[in-house]
Every structure is written in C-alpha cells, then in structure tokens.
Design a protein around this ligand. Structure first.
Ligand code: ZN
Length: 340
C-alpha cells in the first residue's frame, strides 16, 4: 500500500461507465484522453470528434495492445453536440449549446457506455469544470463553490444527469491563463471539497508555467490530498525543475500531450529520464490528450497507441526497464485513481 501514513484518501474500487471496477483490474491506463469531444471553440476545423465507428476503431487499437482503461476527462463544457445522436436510451440530451447546469451531455455518456461494452475496456468519466472561456458563466456565476461541489458530488455518487452512470474522477479542471481566474478558483475549491467528500482524484489542465503550483496551492488549501492530485500538461513546459518541485510536493506530474514527432518525442523522453534520475518516476503519468482529428491514427497522428508503442520503445532505448514502464503505465494510474 502506498502512500504510507494515516488519513490518506483511498478507494478499493473506481466508478467506470459499466459500474465499479476493482483497483487491481485497471491494468494499463491512459489517464488523460477524450473520445467524443467538441473543442470547436478553439479548434474550428478539427475539434469535433463525433464519429462513433471511427472513435471505436481508434480506441480498439489501444485495447488490442493490452490497454485496459481510458480516463475520459471531457467535462460538460466539451460534450455538447460531440456525440452522434442517441438511439433513444436516454431522453433529455442536448445536441447544441452548453450542457445544462454543467452536466455532461447524456448522449456522450450513452455512447461511451456502448463503446466500453463493445470494445471491452474500462472507461472512467471525469466531472467538474474546464477553463475560461469554455465555462458557461450564465449559470456558473449563479453558483457558489458549495453548490458547484454539490453538483460534482452528485455526478460521482448518484450519477451524471439522469443516466445513472457515475463519474470516477474530477477533471479536467483548468486555468486558461498564467493565473487562476475568479471563476476557475471557485471550480478548484469545489473540486477539493468534492474530493474530500468522495475520495475521487482531481486532474488539472495547466499549460502555462508555473500555474500547476498555484493550482496545487488552492487545492491543498481547500482540503485536497496532493497525493490524489494530477497536474496535467506538464510536458508542454520544458522546465525539469518545475516537474521535480510538483512531485516533491506529492502531486502526480502528467506528461499527457504525447503525440509523436521526432523532436517532441526526444524532448519528452529526456524529461522522463530526468525524473528517473531524480528517483521521482513514482509520480509520473503518461497520456495523449486526444482532442482533435489530427491526433487520430487515421489522420497520421499517434491516436491512443503511441504511449504503449513508439513512446515506450523510446523510453526503453533511453534505459528504462519493464518494471519502470509497468510502474508508470499500471501502478501509478491505479494509485492516482484509487489511492490503493
Ligand atoms: Zn484534455
């Protein structure tokens, strides 16, 4: 059992779209992905992934390599209109506009449930709120941190909307700029409160240096356990000391924009090897953050398979052994998701 000590937040199981799954069953896990997503606010031409058969084949390629679990951090703000039309299993889905009161669109939940069944994968859903300017301030600004926390806790314990499917993690919650805005601050405090109430991990979007430190400060101040906090997009910031500092505070450091390219791969491998040299591999998580057509294998991207294939090969060439790869791809995700 890790981490040692008393009072740590841990769960023996985690909620997936098909129900509770034991921590020991999670296997190789991608910790920050999107399957059906609408990020057209920023990626007009390529930011809509809503082709069921296409996404199923991309995800199935990960399962065929022995992948067992995908964490889908598509919060409500990113789900509207992102899935193909539902086939009538759930009512009340919204095809356009923002999901009501920040709830993940029901058709998104429905299609991920179907996909998990058909591919034979664990899919864990995120809840909570993305960053400005994706947040729908019309409803968000009428809710205090306490109300926001209530809604997140409902997603984690009762189910998302009327679907009966529970979220299993809080994220991705984010800061858009190099500071945390007032609205985002409320979202972070609500996330910490929801973690305290449920034991769920918190996963962040933090693309600007050194915003992950500020995010961690707010979460800890509001009662979160740093050992169950994942600071995301750390590989977009090429400052090894920043990664070391986050890990030494107990948080997970996530390199989650692994998408190929010779230079990008070499730079990320060097960042991983730095953590290995500093004996901090126990804090590292890897993923692809698929969120655009250009990331899919059908369009020449790395899809959901680059981490277990080309990137793992590059890490082996750099000197990592199988035990270390298993630590990063299996043990660290399990510990992040469940504390166990
Ligand atoms: Zn993301």
């Amino acid at each position: 059992m890790w981490p040692f000590g008393t009072g740590e937040i841990s769960m023996a199981t985690v909620s997936t779209v098909l129900g509770e799954v034991d921590a020991t069953e999670l296997g190789m896990t991608l910790m920050h992905e999107h399957i059906f997503i609408n990020s057209m606010r920023e990626e007009r031409a390529t930011g809509l992934l809503n082709d069921y058969e296409l996404m199923k084949s991309e995800v199935a390629a990960f399962a065929a390599l022995g992948g067992r679990t995908i964490v889908d951090l598509t919060t409500a703000e990113l789900t509207s209109g992102a899935s193909p039309d539902p086939v009538g299993r759930y009512s009340g889905h919204r095809a356009t506009g923002y999901a009501e009161d920040g709830v993940r669109a029901a058709n998104n939940v429905f299609h991920l449930t179907r996909l998990a069944e058909e591919v034979g994968l664990n899919i864990i859903l995120g809840t909570g709120h993305y960053r400005d300017p994706f947040i729908d301030r019309d409803w968000f600004d009428r809710a205090g941190a306490e109300r926001l926390a209530e809604l997140i806790i409902r997603d984690l314990t009762v189910g998302i909307g009327e679907t009966g499917v529970r979220a299993g993690i809080i994220g991705e919650i984010g800061a858009d700029k190099w500071y945390v805005s007032a609205a985002e601050d409320r979202s972070f405090r609500a996330a910490a409160a929801a973690q305290k109430a449920t034991g769920a991990a918190v996963s962040t979007h933090s693309s600007r240096w050194p915003i992950g430190m500020d995010q961690l400060d707010i979460l800890i101040e509001a009662g979160a356990d740093p050992r169950r906090v994942i600071i995301g997009h750390c590989d977009t910031i090429n400052i090894p000391e920043y990664h070391e500092d986050l890990a030494r505070r107990g948080a997970f450091v996530q390199f989650d924009t692994i998408r190929g390219g010779q230079f990008d791969t070499r730079r990320r491998v060097e960042l991983v090897m730095n953590l290995a040299r500093k004996n901090l591999l126990g804090y590292l998580l890897l993923s692809h953050d698929v969120c655009s057509r250009t990331h899919l294998t059908i369009d020449g991207g790395g899809g959901y398979i680059l981490v277990p294939t080309g990137f793992s090969d590059a890490l082996r060439q750099a000197g990592l052994g199988q035990d270390e790869l298993d630590l990063i791809l299996i043990d660290n995700p399990r510990r992040a998701l469940t504390g166990a």
